[in-house]
Design a protein around this ligand. Structure first.
Ligand code: NAD
Ligand code: UDP
Length: 324
């Protein structure tokens, strides 16, 4: 019988956080979900509220909080470009102050901390596929910097708390992940294309659509995160978690049209500043140390995500609340 742990998930009501909470609750752990609901809604976790091993706290991680826990998954941070650029100063504070507060708490109660970092730490990469030793090419003053540099600073802080204060840590660098419970208006490419295709609206390709991304289905990702938290203390990361299947954005649009049977047309819009031209994880380390690799193909994952988008009422979702 595995030990029951008290686990804090910051950003636990979000797309990935809510699935992580669901899995940890099902595994019998005592789960505290903390969220400010900046980019999420309570309905993501309302089905867990009646469980005796689940608690929900509305709190902003830029403000300290003290809880006695064994583990923390630190996911609180807007992740979609439109969401994190909504208030870039707040985004940087969320990453930096958020991780400082989590690490201070973890140091005091000797909790293990897993930091949800990102492939964005590689910026617009000159090394392809991206290996963990690559240091990245981030524009520190561009519109994506609030997120990229915030996450880079969070990696620095978590490593320094580890070296200086012996906090037990893990760092995962998550590559584009999609699936049911993505916010339909988050502006990310998968949610935009599916929403547009289902409504018969034009599908908006930014640039010429030749830029690439590698899309990981949420179940694969959650499995990877949990394996990393529970893996050997000698392997703290950073480790890439993502699906190495690489697609152009145009290929993604064509696949969404095929799977939805939509009559939508492709339209081309200007490419946002600093949009990375290519992205694909090298997952050798995850395979070696965690025995992990993604199983769900893009086509299968998109079918599940399309079913979800068909099942929701778009009027139940709103744009992020101003949050200063
Ligand atoms: P999401 O926006 O659905 O979830 C983020 C959650 O954090 C939301 O519930 C939001 O309300 C909450 N939050 C934001 N600011 C907060 C604050 N100041 N205090 C408390 N809660 C706050 O996004 P997601 O895709 O589920 O991403 C989860 C984590 O994974 C993020 O840290 C993100 O950077 C990381 N990540 C995700 C992806 C991806 O493709 N989904 C890729 C790389 C990294
Ligand atoms: N994109 C697009 N149309 C959209 C939304 C996004 O062509 O409606 C492109 C975007 O320019 C980027 C890629 O799709 O090249 C992935 O964008 P997303 O915002 O999902 O994530 P990113 O990996 O850029 O953080």
């Amino acid at each position: 019988m595995p030990r029951i742990k008290r686990i804090l998930v910051t950003g636990g009501a979000g797309f990935l956080g809510s699935h992580l909470c669901e899995r940890l609750v099902a595994d019998g752990h005592d789960v505290i979900c903390l969220d400010s609901f900046f980019t999420s809604q309570k309905s993501n976790v309302s089905h867990l509220l009646a469980k005796p091993n689940f608690e929900l706290i509305r709190h902003d991680v830029t403000v300290p909080i003290f809880l006695e826990v064994d583990e923390v998954y630190n996911l609180a941070c807007p992740a979609a470009p439109g969401h994190y650029q909504f208030n870039p100063i707040k985004t940087m504070k969320t990453s930096v102050l958020g991780v400082i507060h989590v690490l201070g708490m973890a140091r005091r109660c000797r909790a293990k901390v897993l930091q949800a970092s990102t492939s964005e730490v590689y910026g617009d990469p000159e090394v392809h596929p991206q290996v963990e030793t690559y240091r990245g090419a981030v524009n520190p003053i561009g519109p994506r910097a609030c997120y990229d540099e915030g996450k880079r600073a969070a990696e620095t802080l978590i490593m320094d708390y580890h070296r200086l204060n012996r906090v037990n840590i893990r760092i995962v660098r998550i590559f584009n992940t999609y699936g049911p419970r993505m916010h339909p208006y988050d502006g990310r490419v998968v949610s935009n294309f599916i929403r547009q295709a289902l409504a018969g609206e034009d599908i908006t390709i930014f640039g010429d659509g030749s830029q690439t991304r590698s899309f990981c289905y949420r179940d694969d990702l959650i499995e990877g995160i949990i394996r990393m938290m529970n893996g050997p203390d000698e392997f703290i990361g950073p480790v890439n978690l993502g699906n190495p299947g690489e697609f152009t954005i145009r290929e993604l649009a064509e696949l969404v049209i095929e799977l939805t049977g939509s009559k939508s047309k492709l339209v081309y819009k200007p490419l946002p500043a600093d949009d990375p031209t290519r992205r694909r994880p090298d997952i050798t380390l995850a395979k070696q140390h965690l025995g992990w690799e993604p199983k769900v193909k893009l086509r299968e994952g998109l079918i599940e995500t399309i079913k979800y988008f068909k099942s929701v009422r778009l009027e139940d979702f709103r744009a992020p609340t101003p949050n200063y």
